[in-house]
Each structure stands twice: as C-alpha cells, then as structure tokens.
Design a protein around this ligand. Sequence first.
Ligand code: SF4
Ligand code: SF4
Ligand code: SF4
Length: 166
Amino acid sequence: MQNRREFFNSLLPLGDRKKEKFKPILRPPYHKDISLFLSQCPLCQTQACVTDCEEEIIVIQADKTPTLNFKDKGCTFCEACAKACELNVLDIDSGQEQINANFYIDSKRCIAHFGTICSACLEPCIDDAIIFNGMFNPVIDDNRCTGCGFCMSRCPSGAIFYKALD
Ligand code: SF4
Ligand code: SF4
Ligand code: SF4
C-alpha cells in the first residue's frame, strides 16, 4: 500500500518525481563520473578507499557505495583513497580535489550570532573560508570552501551543516 508521501509523489509530473527520488549523497573526492559509484562500487571486493583513508571518514552504505562521515574529522585531500581505488571510481587525475557539497552556518544555532564570542570554526579551516562579518557574524565563503568538513566537529553548538550536491 502507498504511504501519503508516495501517493502525493505519484501525482507529480515525471520530472518532479525523479527529482523527489534523487537524494544527493556526500561522496569522497577525486571522482569524475558520479554514476560510477552505483555501477562499480557494489562490485568492489576490497573497499580499499575505506581502509586506506587515515582519517577514517569513508564509510560504506547499505547499497555498497561510499559516503563520508564528518562527525569527528575531515578530509585532508591526501589522495590515498584515489590511489587505492582499483576500479577507477576515484582517480587522482579527475581534478576533483574537493567535496561536492555546500557548507553553511545556521545563524539560528551559531552562538556567535547570539553575541557570544566564539571562533572555534576558524582554526581548523586552513582555506580561510570562514569569514567573520564583524565579531558575531561568521559565514562560509563558497568560493574558498573545499568541503573538507573539519569545521563541523569543532562547532560547540553544531551549527555547521552541508548540502550534498552529487
Ligand atoms: S575502492 Fe573504489 S570501487 Fe571500491 S568502494 Fe571505494 S571507491 Fe568504490
Ligand atoms: S583524500 Fe584522504 S582523507 Fe580524504 S577521503 Fe580520501 S583518503 Fe580520506
Ligand atoms: S568552511 Fe569549508 S574549507 Fe573551511 S573547514 Fe569548513 S568545510 Fe573545510
């Protein structure tokens, strides 16, 4: 039996239905063709990207494709996952040295936005992508952010989020 969400989704035009089903996933860097995660990774015997990532941020999902976990750490762009990937899903020559996601600071959660002095997110951001507009208004500069994720775990109020784009 269809649930309410599925029922209303079935009333949408086909293009909108496809959009509804497509949920972007945070993927490791160094990929050129996003479709290879679904076509190749389930065939992978080694999952070497996981074992070779010294930051231990790559995890395999139920569909046997990799995603990233920024709960404690971030990506150093060390290339180890790309060097380890035997099926060329990840490839150093892809030129994709960034995580395809938009990071943002939720001003409703960020304590600096409420007047508390806090700059915990600044230090881990080696790309200088966190800009303070005055003392109490940090924002993330999309043009500088590589999506490394290191700022997330440092924020004491859990105010940093991302929207995956792939
Ligand atoms: S090593 Fe490559 S093919 Fe295997 S799971 Fe990781 S990205 Fe996919
Ligand atoms: S580039 Fe390095 S730190 Fe980043 S996901 Fe790959 S192995 Fe992990
Ligand atoms: S703002 Fe972007 S580049 Fe800076 S630490 Fe956060 S995710 Fe990394």
